[in-house]
Design a protein around this ligand. Sequence first.
Ligand code: 8OZ
Length: 364
Amino acid sequence: MTEKTLFEPYTLGSLTLSNRVVLAPLTRNRAGAGFVPSEFAATYYSQRASAGLQISEATQISQQGQGYQDTPGIYSQAQIDAWHEITDAVHGKNGKIFLQLWHVGRVSHVDLQENGAAPVAPSAIRAATKTFVNNSFVDVSEPRALALDELPGIVNDFRQAAANAIAAGFDGVEIHGANGYLLDQFVKDGANVRTDAYGGSIENRARLLLEVTAAVVAEIGAERTGIRISPVSPTNGVSSSDPQGQFDYIVDQLDALGIVYLHVVEGATGGPREVAPFDFDSLRRRFRNTYIANNGYDLDLATSRLTEGKADLFAFGRPFIANPDLVERLKTAAPLASFDPTTLFGGGAVGYIDYPALADANAL
Ligand code: 8OZ
């Protein structure tokens, strides 16, 4: 088989990406007052604009959707204006960028919620996970189950956030359907014991995720709508009794909506790729548009998967933190720098925009 390369242009909907390397969404907890993206974020994203596509850090669609301190939002005019400076900086370097739309559901804390309210969830089941709030890691709060008549409001918050993202100059949005946050909580029966139209069967548990996707598509178009899922990841305490049947169904429905990409965390997010028997190729076969593969990829694995036709684009997360020019380093087999774990979450410019590109490092 002739080996394919990641370093050629790729057509994603109406966009031409300069290569098949994607910046995965990375939470960095540096937002300022009013949950406006960091003053350093335009520099951070423009430093990484040589990625074929960048996906922004997870960005809450409402205050209720926030679960960690200092993460940015996309529901106020000040947030939209700040994001616009970032998209302008990225486009100025010929990069492309999607915004990741986020509602954390039960992975939150009363101190982050309006008037100290309980976080919301499909069911009143506390997640076995921690969040970062008031500068320390603490257990998430006990959630309350969302009433049936509150769900249209959540769908509407996603729809409005998608419109806001386009107003902020993003090329599209990625719906965060992964990692044990609200939409994944509805999908997975370890977190969802509802007995109404949003719980029980595979179809019912997929309903909110699919309604959100349909609403975003209706608002901004399928060509600008992607989604991220993590079928077998136990992140944030979720579990599913039939992930294959569940996600085969979901991907069939997503394909019918015609969205531009499916972004799949293969395995445990940020952990082992093999955690449970699961046929990711089945998702690939069910989805006609772009398949973005993520989790533990290096250049060799990505190149062989591309050559085998198993994925179109490859999302790299942690390697991008200390290697803003990751594309160039992969292309030239240059060594990769490692990041400082103490500056991952929170802080300012240090450990954020001060990792040099290879050319600059050599000039030091
Ligand atoms: C790490 C820390 C906080 C949030 C995810 C948005 O896992 C996250 C996240 C990751 O998708």
